[in-house]
Design a protein around this ligand. Structure first.
Ligand code: SF4
Length: 355
């Protein structure tokens, strides 16, 4: 009976059941950010472009299952030559569409296309509020050009008199850029940015990078930096969202909440629960967790080359994972109730500890 209801839910049209489909349209990137698993993996990293045919025939027919299509994974989305066709198709099917970019390929023509398509949000990644800091972390980037690109997008919106795309900044908080966070908000305000999201490094492919993880080695000033940044954001009318500057105990449900909030499709068509399981295992052998290397074994839900999305969502693997997180998210739990254990691969993920 329950199975029937679930199957109907998953095949029903016009009813989004998962908040966001995160689509890795490319795993290529022009930069070599020192903290990125892609950089650490070096030549063993597989550079892949999501095939248009898979997108059009295996993914787009099931857009109705998702509220938002977010075109981004472990690479720079605009390096996919069919990127704008992909964005347009998702918009045509009535989905909200967003992506995160390093800005390098977002020229005047692309900015205008984004505005005319009504892309809902474009976010730009920052790792500092000065050229020295940003370019140290994001090797190959040009901080001044990045700011020019954001300015260009804001000016294009004004010229075309459109409210979209919302412009966002994602700021990767690390040991040597925390102090620049309030300045980053001032820069964002001057550029016409609407929202700022501050997150931590949570997939750590190399031991030396742990020193950059603020929640593992908190400093007294971190909280003040966050508060100052939040105050700046409020006075500039920028939406501000930041992960806490510390790690908590185990939480019941991680932010990506698989199959409720997120489903992730990698550039090779592999379907996984979240970004943390979306790294290519042929290139990433271990991730570091609390000082120790942990064998990286992604939890694969299915492959689009072999199955359709609804079939994958009906699979035992998907249903079990959903059941575990569903039970943990149950608001009717009382003191003393037994809480189902998190899947083994989640127990070694910082997202399950509130960061
Ligand atoms: S806890 Fe981590 S690995 Fe598990 S679903 Fe959440 S983000 Fe993915």
């Amino acid at each position: 009976m329950l199975k029937d209801i679930w199957n109907k839910l998953m095949t029903r049209s016009n009813q989004a059941t998962i908040k966001a489909l995160q689509l890795e349209v490319s795993s290529l990137c022009q930069l070599s950010c020192i903290y990125c698993p892609r950089t650490v993996a070096g030549d063993s990293w597989p550079n892949r472009i999501l095939d248009w045919n898979i997108y059009e025939t295996r993914i787009a027919p099931h857009f109705n299952l998702f509220e938002t299509v977010f075109l981004q994974g472990w690479g720079e989305p605009l390096t996919n030559p069919r990127f704008w066709d992909m964005a347009e198709l998702a918009k045509t099917r009535g989905r909200k569409v967003g992506f995160t970019t390093n800005g390098i390929l977002l020229d005047a023509e692309a900015a205008e296309r984004a505005c005319r398509l009504g892309i809902d949000v474009i976010t730009f990644t920052f790792a500092g509020a000065t050229p020295e800091t940003h370019q140290y972390y994001r090797a190959g980037a040009d901080y001044t050009e990045l700011k020019d690109t954001i300015r260009l997008l804001a000016e294009t919106k004004n010229r075309l008199e459109v409210a979209k795309p919302g412009i966002g900044i994602t700021y990767t908080m690390m040991r040597n850029n925390m102090h620049e966070l309030p300045e980053a908000v001032r820069v964002a305000a001057a550029l016409g940015v609407n929202q700022m999201t501050c997150g931590h490094l949570d997939c750590i492919p190399e031991k030396s990078l742990e020193a950059q993880v603020t929640f593992l080695f908190p400093s007294r000033g971190d909280k003040e930096c966050l508060i100052d940044a939040a105050v700046e954001a409020r006075s500039s009318d920028i939406t501000f969202d930041a992960e806490p500057p510390f790690m908590s105990g185990e939480i019941l449900v991680c932010e990506p909440h698989p199959m409720r909030v997120t489903l992730f499709i990698r550039a090779d068509g592999t379907v996984v629960p979240c970004h943390a399981m979306a790294l290519p295992p042929e290139a990433v052998k271990n991730l570091y967790f609390k000082g120790k290397p942990q064998k990286y074994e992604p939890f694969i839900l299915g492959k689009l080359t072999e199955q359709e999305i609804p079939e994958i969502l009906r699979s035992t693997a998907c249903r079990n994972l959903q059941q575990v997180f569903g039970a943990r998210a149950d608001l009717n739990l009382s003191v003393g109730d037994k809480i189902p254990g998190a899947p083994a691969f989640c127990a070694r993920c910082y997202k399950l500890y509130g960061v």
